[in-house]
Design a protein around this ligand. Structure first.
Ligand SMILES: Nc1ncnc2c1ncn2[C@@H]1O[C@H](COP(=O)(O)OP(=O)(O)OP(=O)(O)O)[C@@H](O)[C@H]1O
Length: 362
């Protein structure tokens, strides 16, 4: 898909911006703290109606204002020309697609894919398993409504079971939640097994391009416990009750799974060099984009937040050659991108205001 225009009102530090995009490469140029990432955050919000960097939507509303709005006109492989309107208020969000109110957000999620490349992504390799699980969940849930439902059911029921464990609930009460947890856990393990196997091929291919075939990189699914059936999970949960009561928390299950990342057969977190780690996170994002495209037929818009300038010239060139040449790219930076990255429509960003093409010849 391609974004043709983006209008923001009271989004973060942006009072009002109406941007028209003509080509497929837009660059947002400005000093630190001016609103570049805010703009990408708004574009990314269209995918799953959540921010890629904030858990609470309230922080997206400009200080002192009642609500924020995003309006986007885009070309879409399946839907044709589409207009999306999102209103974000402290009480919740509202959504319209072509003037029609979308009540069931599950019907919407995944239709308008974007993939964010951010300097924070190094945490995917260096940080805790939580970040890698979130990457996997967002990737799989965006293309698979059944995965999203299993994840929601599972997460909710585990939270309820944990609350019970904390207040010393009865065996019967625990058992009631386990009836929901068990089938969802079996479903998640199966879908994660299949999903990671498919994504592993994409990651290996993307890494080989970004790192110039220097060494192989792999991702692997390491379930905390690989029960294949709901009956198996029921038994495991029942057996674990005494220990879980002691720790006041559900100790085993897919909420403790790991997505193992390795370079040349060794754990990337401990053994990969900084350059290899950077290549690996780029490969994870490229794989995510390829997966979205393959599964849905819709080409995701790529949102590159200050990453092009961070890469050394050789890696940048290789990364760029690995990017889908037909995809729209919205990128930010404090200086213009190198000439080998093609022709950009440049917007200067200052204090939440956007000026078109100011940077192009400057
Ligand atoms: N809800 C809000 N209301 C008003 N201003 C906000 C809000 N949230 C963030 N800001 C402001 O937005 C600015 C940050 O913008 P942004 O994160 O887009 O920076 P950036 O241009 O990407 O800079 P960098 O290059 O440092 O990443 C800060 O000045 C911050 O105070």
């Amino acid at each position: 898909m391609r974004l043709r225009s983006l209008t923001l009102r009271d989004f973060r530090n942006i009072p009002l911006a109406r941007l028209e995009f003509t080509g497929r490469q837009q660059f947002f140029l400005g000093a630190n703290g001016q609103g570049k990432t805010n703009l990408l955050e708004a574009a990314g919000f269209l995918t799953a109606l959540r921010s890629f960097r904030a858990a609470d939507n309230r922080v997206l509303i400009r200080h002192g204002q009642a609500a924020a709005a995003i309006v986007c006109e885009l070309e879409h492989e399946r839907r044709g020309d589409t207009k999306i309107t999102v209103k974000i208020a402290p009480t919740g969000k509202e959504l319209w697609c072509d003037q029609e109110r979308v009540a069931r957000l599950a019907d919407y999620v995944g239709q308008f894919p974007t993939v964010v490349f951010s300097s924070q992504d190094l945490q995917l390799v260096r940080g805790t398993p939580t970040g890698r699980r979130r990457w996997l969940d967002l990737t799989l849930a965006a293309m698979d409504g059944a995965y999203l439902r299993a994840l929601q059911n599972y997460t909710r029921a585990v939270a309820e079971r944990n609350a019970l464990l904390k207040r010393g609930g009865s065996e019967a009460e625990l058992s009631a939640f386990e009836q929901t947890i068990a089938p969802a856990a079996a479903d998640l393990v199966q879908r994660r097994t299949e999903g990671v196997a498919a994504l592993a091929a994409e990651v290996a291919a993307a890494y080989s391009r970004v790192a110039d075939g220097a060494e192989p990189a792999t991702i692997g699914y390491e379930p905390n416990s690989a029960e294949a059936t709901a009956a198996g999970w029921l038994e495991r949960l029942a057996k674990g009750r005494a220990r879980d009561r002691q720790f006041r928390s559900t100790l085993s299950g897919p909420h403790r799974d790991e997505v193992a990342l390795s370079v040349q057969g060794r754990a990337a977190r401990e053994f990969a060099s900084e350059g290899q780690q950077r290549s690996l996170v780029l490969a994870l994002r490229l794989a995510q984009a390829a997966w979205f495209h393959a599964r849905s037929g819709v080409r995701p818009v790529l949102l590159a937040d200050d990453v092009l300038g961070e890469l050394d010239p050789a890696r940048r060139r290789r990364f760029w050659s690995a990017v889908d040449g037909e995809a729209q790219v919205l990128a930010t930076g404090t200086s213009l991108p190198a000439a080998d990255l093609g022709a950009w429509e440049v917007f200067a960003v200052k204090d939440g205001e956007f000026g078109e093409d100011l940077g192009a010849g400057a």
